[in-house]
Design a protein around this ligand. Structure first.
Ligand code: MN
Length: 312
């Protein structure tokens, strides 16, 4: 999947993340859009909520039913300054990148690509027409690594923790004593929770801000009298919580994202996470010219281009 952040998602001006240093409950609706032929709900960035910790992009794709084989692929496109986190609930994708990686991914597995100064990748439909239900997330890289080399890692299995009424799978960072082996350049975490009735009280970190998104089902955030969160809504929880009650009447699958509020101003446009428009203009021009910076992806799919940004 690609992440074409546009001015409909968030005005591309540098802005320090407006973290809220106390517990809150802000519900933000996703924007319905498409990535290639795939319908997605874009939960981050939105004008009202650009980041959660270093998480700066969240697309919930599908579920789409049976499709023509190969229909869902996304052709080669560039990234910089971010990590892509790919997580599947159903279907199969094949990740190809300019480092030479070729990696199928299936539900329960993690693909983590670090763009650094520049990388290109494609995601081909490996599902043989099975359809797709997936989440694609980006993590903003800090100043210390964002101009560094690109990297890719695949985790076929991830650590799990059992709470009373939830199975926790940790994609990155730590939750409930389970620690992911995935690379982590900032203080952040991401975990999938399979919730069973009547729900759980989740242990949280006081110094992290958090948000929750539902992938399947309805969860009441704040306990049985809490706010209903369904697919297509991001529930931002703020900071300063030691725990949070999640109630469900039926099984539900949710993602918890958290981290230390990102301290640097971000400038995001198209597939680039930067600090100012000059960096983005330069990267776009170099992609258009086929510069070595982003390398070459061995994919049968068509390379994705973009026109000049609105400030040029
Ligand atoms: Mn991408």
């Amino acid at each position: 999947m690609s992440g074409p952040v546009s001015t409909e998602d968030a005005v591309p001006l540098p802005a320090v993340a407006p973290g809220v240093a106390r517990p809150v409950l802000e519900l933000t609706s996703a924007r319905a859009t498409r990535v290639g032929s795939l319908p997605v709900r874009r939960l981050l960035p939105r004008r009202a909520r650009r980041t959660v910790g270093s998480w700066c992009f969240a697309d919930h794709a599908g579920p789409v039913g049976g499709t023509r084989p190969g229909e869902l692929g996304i052709g080669p496109h560039p990234h910089m300054g971010l990590q892509t986190v790919t997580w599947l609930v159903h279907g199969e994708l094949v990740h190809l990148d300019s480092l030479g990686s070729e990696q199928p991914i299936r539900p329960g597995q993690l693909n983590l690509m670090t763009a650094g100064r520049g990388v290109a990748h494609a995601e081909e439909d490996g599902g043989r027409g099975a359809g797709l239900h997936a989440v694609q997330l980006w993590v903003a890289q800090p100043e210390t690594t964002r101009n560094g080399p690109a990297a890719f890692e695949h985790h076929a299995t991830l650590p799990q923790a059992e709470l009373d009424r939830a199975t926790v799978t940790v994609l990155v960072g730590e939750l409930a004593g389970a620690v992911s082996p995935a690379r982590r350049d900032t203080g952040h975490m991401g975990a999938e929770l399979l919730l069973r009735p009547p729900g759980v009280v989740l242990p949280l970190r006081h110094d992290y801000e958090y948000a929750l998104m539902s992938i399947e089902g309805t969860v009441l955030v704040g306990g049985s009298a809490g706010a209903a969160v369904e697919p297509g809504t991001l529930a931002y929880l703020g900071e300063g919580r030691d725990e949070c009650g999640l109630a469900v009447a039926q099984p539900a699958r949710v993602l918890l994202l958290g981290g230390v509020p990102f301290p640097e101003p971000l400038f995001m446009w198209w597939n680039f996470v930067a600090r100012n428009r000059h960096e983005v203009s330069e990267a776009r021009r170099q992609w258009a010219e086929g510069a070595d910076r982003f390398g070459t992806v061995r994919s049968a799919l068509e390379r994705i281009e973009v026109g000049r940004p609105p400030w040029e």
